[in-house]
Design a protein around this ligand. Sequence first.
Ligand SMILES: [Zn+2]
Length: 107
Amino acid sequence: MQKSREPSRAIAAVEPHGAEQRRNVSRPLGELVREKLDAGTLPHDAPLKLWAGRGEDHRCTLCDEPILRSHIEYEPQYDGRPPIRLHVGCYGFWEGERRRRGYPPSY
Ligand SMILES: [Zn+2]
């Protein structure tokens, strides 16, 4: 039996707790996310699509730590941008800061 891949359902099934390990980051993520939004490393605009899936050891665009295979990876999709990959927690910081700045939610 084949499961169809529906981003909105996948996201609803993902709860932002438990999966994150404590990371050894030297700077608070709230500060990093503001910096990366200001620098354009992270976009303000809502993505065209948002995928959620298993980590593949890629580095997180926000915290630069690898997203382990035991973790969930969020991948907001844009045209003409390098791939963005985020931990669940990092995605939350990005989403929260975007909304605080008055941009539309990504889902
Ligand atoms: Zn991260």
